[in-house]
Design a protein around this ligand. Structure first.
Ligand SMILES: Cc1cc2nc3c(=O)[nH]c(=O)nc-3n(C[C@H](O)[C@H](O)[C@H](O)COP(=O)(O)OP(=O)(O)OC[C@H]3O[C@@H](n4cnc5c(N)ncnc54)[C@H](O)[C@@H]3O)c2cc1C
Length: 399
């Protein structure tokens, strides 16, 4: 076993950190306050090779594996702990990878280069009003009519709706292609949303992640070309689960990055801050908390890095069963957001009243990582269902 990153990976981390600290960090406050990531920043991220990082070079990506994609997710979240920029990055890296694997050549040529150039946005549209956890209940219909693909339905709580309608782009969309077959009757397609007849959208006011929107997409008799079908008809559930494994690993990595940065700043603070004539760090009540949070972070990091490594091994070497990958990713996604939330909360508390100010920047981290406890890219209880199913066997799955 080797628990260290390679020299190339370390070099990659250093260069991404330098980029993020120089180009992204100065905008973190504005992203949060103005409620958007300036398009110029997205273009810079694209020029650096960060957007659609896992997409192959043929379409302008870097063809990065999941270890490097994980490193980049951590570094982006370190400088924008609100998660907004990390969300923009990770949905494109996770779902762009899936499109690269399964979309038609024509669709890839039309869609992916604009994503890797930072011109347009790519997201995932799975959740519907009937409950995001129950994917088999998806009712947005895709039908073939006279050689055309027609969509009807609605998606909700979808990240990036304002960005996709403003800059262009669209969604890897999970649709129902055979209502009698439950999850075996789902398919994937690419749904563009900007200036598309039959698409209307609305945006939610959210408790966090101000820099990236979340909204609804109403789909009324929307016609898409046949080559926008992703992969085979009725195989969408399996592709989607693969995409979720990729995206969840990067979600977990982003939470790790935000937590790591918060803990580092907290450690500096408790060494400097004197109360009762002595540094806070000398009080065991604080020091023990710091030791516990450090340990939890190390444990979470190992789970996340292992999941990324297993994904790379699966794609490059055909190692590990899908069940093993599901379990590894679900454990990382289960642990990382909660660990990040606990760490940021403790550091905020060490800061005293200053922690409660917006200026300290920690509250936006708390609100951001909480989105991943609630369920963006899959609720925590769903991770437990996956882990339970993989350990006990399908015969013990509750559904
Ligand atoms: C900020 C944000 C951004 C999002 N972005 C996207 C996006 O880009 N694309 C997209 O498709 N979706 C997105 N979502 C939606 C997300 O995927 C869903 O919130 C998630 O899947 C949970 O679905 P739900 O909110 O409908 O909750 P429900 O499925 O109704 O679940 C409610 C609660 O019940 C729990 N629960 C559900 N089933 C079980 C069970 N069997 N046993 C025990 N507990 C259970 C869940 O853990 C959850 O706490 C986003 C959500 C948020 C908060």
């Amino acid at each position: 076993m080797d628990f260290s990153f390679t020299e190339e990976q370390e070099l990659f981390r250093r260069s991404v950190r330098e980029f993020c600290e120089k180009k992204l960090a100065p905008w973190a406050n504005e992203i949060n306050e103005k409620g958007e990531i300036p398009h110029a920043i997205l273009k810079e991220m694209a020029s650096f090779g960060l957007l659609g990082i896992t997409i192959s070079e043929r379409y302008g990506g870097s063809g990065a594996g999941f270890i490097n994609a994980t490193i980049a997710a951590e570094e982006i979240a370190r400088v924008d702990v609100s998660m907004a920029t990390a969300v923009y990055y990770l949905v494109e890296a996770g779902w762009g990878f899936l499109m690269d694997r399964y979309a038609s050549e024509k669709a890839k040529e039309e869609i992916l280069p604009d994503i890797t150039k930072g011109k347009t946005f790519l997201g995932i549209a799975s959740t519907e009003a009937t409950g995001g956890s129950d994917i088999a209940s998806i009712s947005t219909r895709l039908e073939k009519r006279n050689g055309k693909l027609i969509l009807n339905g609605a998606k909700t709580f979808i990240s990036g709706v304002r960005e996709a309608t403003r800059y262009g782009g669209g969604y890897v969309t999970i649709v129902n292609t055979n209502p009698d077959l439950k999850n075996k009757g789902l398919s994937l397609c690419y749904l563009p949303v900007k200036d598309v007849k039959g698409i209307t959208t609305s945006i939610f006011e959210q408790m966090g992640r101000e820099g990236i929107s979340t909204g609804t997409i109403n789909i009324n008799n929307v016609e898409i070309p046949e080559h926008f079908l992703i992969g085979e008809w009725n195989r969408g559930f399996y592709y989607a689960m693969e995409g979720f494994n990729c995206a969840r690993t990067l979600v977990a990595a982003a939470c790790i990055g935000a937590a790591e940065k918060a803990l580092e700043s907290g450690i500096e603070y408790i060494k400097e801050r004197h109360v009762f004539g002595t540094p806070l760090a000398k009080f065991e009540g604080i020091q023990f908390q710091m030791a516990e949070e450090y340990t939890k972070l190390e444990a979470a990091k190992l789970l996340v890095h292992k999941a990324a490594w297993m994904l790379d091994q699966m794609y490059a070497e055909n190692r590990f069963s899908i069940g093993e990958i599901n379990k590894a990713v679900a454990t990382a996604k289960l642990v990382a957001p909660t660990t990040a939330f606990d760490i940021i909360k403790d550091v905020l508390t060490w800061y005293g009243a200053y922690g409660y100010t917006r200026e300290a920047g920690l509250e936006r981290g708390l609100r951001g990582v909480y989105s991943y406890i609630i369920g963006a890219e899959g609720a925590q209880n769903i991770m437990k269902i996956i882990i339970g199913r993989e350990i006990l066997g399908k015969e013990f799955a509750p559904y």
